[in-house]
Design a protein around this ligand. Structure first.
Ligand code: BG6
Ligand code: MG
Length: 215
C-alpha cells in the first residue's frame, strides 16, 4: 500500500528546469559551444558536477580542477540570478494544490532532489512546512540515476520503497526511482522519459486519490 510521495523539485514542483538549462547554455556558449534541448534531457536530474562533466565533453573542452570549480560557481551564480525572480506563484500547474491534497490525506511527503539549492527554492515558494523530510544534493554521495536520494527519502519517512511513489521529470530520476524499487509517475512524455509507470504533463492533471487507486 502506498503511504509516501517522494518529489523531485526542478521541473516537477517548480519551473526551475528551464533556469538550469539557460544557465548551463550560457556556460557552454562561454566555452565556445552550445547544446540542444534534446541533449538537455540528459542533464535533467543530474548533479552540478556530472552536468558540467557532460558539457565539457560535448564542447570538447579540457579544464584544470580550479577552472572546473570556477565554472560550477559561475553557473550557480547565473542560475541564482534567475531564481531570485521566483515567488510562491511559480509552482508548475497544479503542483502546490497536489502537495496540499496529499498532506491533507495523511500521505508522508519527502523531497528527493539533486539540487543543493532545494531548501532555498522551497522556502521562496513557502512550501517547506509541507515536507516531512528533505533529501537533496547536500545529503547524497551518489547522484541520480543512482537511487540513493529516494532510498534515503523513503527511509527517513520510515517506509519501504514499495510504499512510495516518486514524481520525476528526468530520465535519470525515473531510472533512480525504478532501480530503487518505487513506483514512478513521470512528469512528461513516455517518448522522452521511458520507464515510468504513469505519465502526466503536470501534477494538476491527476490527484493523490487517482494515483492511490492506480498504483
Ligand atoms: C536537479 C536539476 O534537480 O538539480 C539539474 O534537474 C541540476 O538540472 C541539479 O543540475 C543540481 O542542482 P544545483 O541547484 O545543485 O546546481
Ligand atoms: Mg527534475
Amino acid at each position: 500500500m502506498i503511504k509516501g510521495f517522494l518529489f523531485d523539485l526542478d521541473g516537477v514542483i517548480v519551473d526551475t528546469a528551464v533556469f538550469h538549462f539557460q544557465a548551463w547554455r550560457r556556460i557552454a556558449q562561454k566555452l565556445g559551444g552550445d547544446f540542444s534541448k534534446a541533449q538537455n534531457e540528459q542533464l535533467k536530474g543530474v548533479s552540478r558536477v556530472d552536468s558540467l562533466t557532460k558539457i565539457l565533453e560535448w564542447t570538447g573542452t579540457t579544464v584544470t580542477e580550479e577552472e572546473f570549480k570556477a565554472l560550477m560557481e559561475l553557473k550557480n551564480e547565473w542560475y541564482l540570478e534567475l531564481v531570485t525572480r521566483l515567488s510562491d506563484k511559480d509552482g508548475l500547474p497544479g503542483a502546490v494544490d497536489f502537495l496540499h491534497h496529499a498532506k491533507a490525506r495523511g500521505i508522508a511527503i519527502a523531497l528527493g532532489s539533486a539540487s543543493k539549492n532545494a531548501v532555498l527554492i522551497l522556502d521562496k515558494m513557502n512550501l517547506l512546512p509541507l515536507f516531512d523530510t528533505i533529501i537533496d544534493g547536500n545529503n547524497v554521495v551518489n547522484g541520480k540515476p543512482h537511487p540513493e536520494v529516494f532510498l534515503k527519502g523513503a527511509e527517513a519517512l520510515g517506509l519501504s520503497p514499495a510504499e512510495c511513489i516518486v514524481f520525476e521529470d528526468s530520465i535519470a530520476g525515473v531510472q533512480a526511482a525504478k532501480s530503487g524499487g518505487m513506483s514512478c509517475v513521470g512528469i512528461g512524455t513516455p517518448e522522452v522519459l521511458g520507464g515510468a509507470d504513469l505519465y502526466f504533463n503536470a501534477l494538476g492533471e491527476t490527484s493523490p486519490e487517482e494515483l492511490l487507486r492506480a498504483l
